[in-house]
Write a protein that binds this ligand. Sequence first.
Ligand SMILES: [Zn+2]
Length: 429
Amino acid sequence: MDFAELGPYDTVLRGGRVIDPAQGLDGIADVAVRGGRIAAIGPSLPGPAKSVIDVTGRLVLPGMIDTHAHVYRYVTGRFGLEADMVGVHSGVTTLVDQGGPSLMTFPGFREFVVKPAASRVLAFLSAYMVGGLEGHYYPELYRPDCIAVEDTIRSGRENGDLVRGIKGHAEIGGFTRWGDEAMRRAAQIAREIDRPLYIHFGQLWPLPEDAASYDPDAILPEMLEIMREGDILAHPFTRHPGGFVDRHGRLHPVVREALARGLKTDVGHGSHFSFKMARLVLEAGVLPDTLGADMHGYNTTLPKPRGTPDEHPDKEEMHLFAGKQNFSLASAMTSMLALGIDLTHVVRMVTVNPADMLRMTGEIGSLRVGMEADVSVLSDERGRFLLADNEGTQVVAERLLRPVFCLRAGRRYDADAIVLPSPVLAEAA
Ligand SMILES: [Zn+2]
């Protein structure tokens, strides 16, 4: 190819370790951007560029995709975070809001969140009429007759550019109250709009008083009858009952069957993340497909909007680095590496796999020439870093990933978000 003929590049990222599982790439290479798109990729690219950024020693990845974000700021009260804080200013180019907007609030989401954000923002539309108001704080708003199936189908169809799936919750608080009816309706919506259903597992709502007891381990098998190939089981590493690990402390026997049927798994990391549960699930041979950070206003240390509740079922702040400012998608990647998942798969979990889940393969999740130039640049540090979950388990990570900057459609954003954690050295703790 004659590069001179193509004219100068806008930006060249020079000398980083480029990992793009979609193209089977892993090696030292330059990435050139022109007109907001990937113009070339290869070792020692010739040709002039307006801006050359030395990324020697850095990881250069396709723009990272956070499959589990909560960014319907203000409308979801304390729950929703500022999109660009967890997006481009945390090295993440695409965010998927999980169940914030609903048929009633989607126009506001498009206008006030998606349009002004520098980050690409997509959504799994809430199955419930009220969406994720205050982080699903009031269980009675989530009963089956608060799901408007036909209207939600219409909202999903008419917003099909942004609505990549449907979000629901299969957990003991809801199943005790109403059984699986709400989830049957959620699945019906997903089928009609031909998008995957993303299901939260692990207790969210408190049990009602004087309720008949319901076995949390019965939820997964019941959901297996409702879910189909391509649907997503979320929170496999949760410590809450009703997840992948049953009451005997073993992988729930139906999980393998679910995966054999083509269901996918997403690590919505969050504050219920448990190293112990993660090890049990991984040792049983289950490797999750995608990785969402699941950050929201109750598990981060941020000022709360006036008048919002203090108490919440998911109110524990997550300090992955033992007491220092919160976490990010990159720190969730660090905890996956600490669990022994290899780097290539961890990169898959935030690039090509979510692109597949969103049915946007070829649009995002790769650095293929011609695609929009969404690129994440991370530092890859070695040492002994102390990680901790909210069960009190401490783990020493020998490798730490930290966002440095990203390009979103070719434009640079530094990773300077207030939520980004400072690592803690194991020796210093
Ligand atoms: Zn969540």
